[in-house]
Ligand binder design. Structure first.
Ligand code: ATP
Ligand code: MG
Length: 218
C-alpha cells in the first residue's frame, strides 16, 4: 500500500477538519474528491508530513510517517500545492533549485516541455506569469527532483480546457513511462475518472466512500 491513514483526526482553530478518517491509497493513480472545504488539501499535506494528525496514523509504504525524516520523504514524495508558490527569479532558476535539492542536473528544456511550456519561458520572471502558467511551472519544478510519488492539489483549477488536457496527459504519461504514483486532489469527478483508478471521497472531513471510480460513483 502506498499510503494508509488509520483513524486520523485533526482540528484547526478548535474545529474538526478531519474526523476518524481511514483511507487506503494503493500504488498507481489515485484521486481524492470532495466539495470545497471538505479537508482535501489538509489530507494531502499529511502525506508529505507538512503536518501531522492530532490522533491516528499515516503510513507511507508500511512505515509510520512520524518515523520518516520529512526532508528525505519530500525528496521521494513531491507535493504541488493548490496555490502557486515559486521562488523569486526566473522559471529556469526555479527548476534548477528543485533539481539541486534532489542532487540532479536539471534538463530545463525537457521539464518545460512536460509542463506544457515553450522554451522561451526559461528566462521569464515568475512574478510576471499568469496563475495557470505558474501552476505549470510548479508541476515542472516538482518533476525536477524525479519523485517516485507526485501529490497534486487541484493541478488544473486555473487552466482552460486545452491546458488542462495537456497537464492530464502529462500526469498519465509520468505514471505509465516512469511508474510514478500519483495522488490528485480534485473537486471534479470527471477529472478523477479521467485520471484515477482508485478514488477516496470525503465530505466534512469524513470518508464517505473509497474504491474504484465505478464503485464510488455507484
Ligand atoms: N489553519 C486553519 N485554521 C482554521 N481552519 C482551517 C485551517 N486550515 C484549514 N481550515 C479549515 O479546514 C477545512 C478544510 O480545509 P481544506 O483546505 O483542507 O479544504 P479543501 O477540501 O482543500 O477545500 P478547497 O476545495 O476549497 O480547496 C476548511 O473549512 C478550512 O476553513
Ligand atoms: Mg484545497
Amino acid at each position: 500500500m502506498l499510503f494508509e491513514l488509520e483513524r486520523v483526526s485533526l482540528r484547526r482553530g478548535g474545529k474538526p477538519v478531519l474526523t476518524d478518517l481511514s483511507v487506503r491509497l494503493p500504488d498507481g493513480l489515485n484521486a481524492i474528491v470532495g466539495p470545497s472545504g471538505s479537508g482535501k488539501s489538509t489530507l494531502l499535506r499529511l502525506l508529505d508530513r507538512l503536518s501531522d494528525p492530532d490522533s491516528g496514523t499515516v503510513r507511507y509504504r508500511g512505515t509510520d510517517a512520524r518515523e520518516l525524516d520529512p526532508l528525505r520523504l519530500r525528496r521521494e514524495v513531491a507535493l504541488v500545492p493548490q496555490l502557486p508558490a515559486l521562488l523569486d527569479g526566473t522559471v529556469a532558476g526555479n527548476l534548477r533549485f528543485a533539481a539541486e535539492i534532489g542532487g540532479r542536473e536539471p534538463d530545463v528544456a525537457h521539464l518545460l516541455e512536460v509542463g506544457g511550456l515553450d522554451a522561451s519561458f526559461a528566462t521569464r520572471d515568475v512574478a510576471r506569469l499568469s496563475v495557470g502558467e505558474q501552476q505549470r511551472v510548479m508541476i515542472a519544478r516538482a518533476l525536477a527532483s524525479e519523485p517516485r510519488v507526485l501529490l497534486l492539489d487541484e493541478p488544473t483549477s486555473a487552466l482552460d480546457e486545452r491546458a488542462r488536457d495537456s497537464i492530464e496527459a502529462t500526469i498519465l504519461d509520468l505514471h505509465h513511462r516512469i511508474g510514478a504514483s500519483i495522488v490528485v486532489v480534485t473537486h471534479d469527478i470527471a477529472q478523477a475518472s479521467r485520471l484515477a483508478d482508485w478514488v477516496a471521497k470525503i465530505e466534512r472531513g469524513r470518508l464517505v466512500g473509497q474504491g474504484t471510480i465505478a464503485e464510488v460513483l455507484a
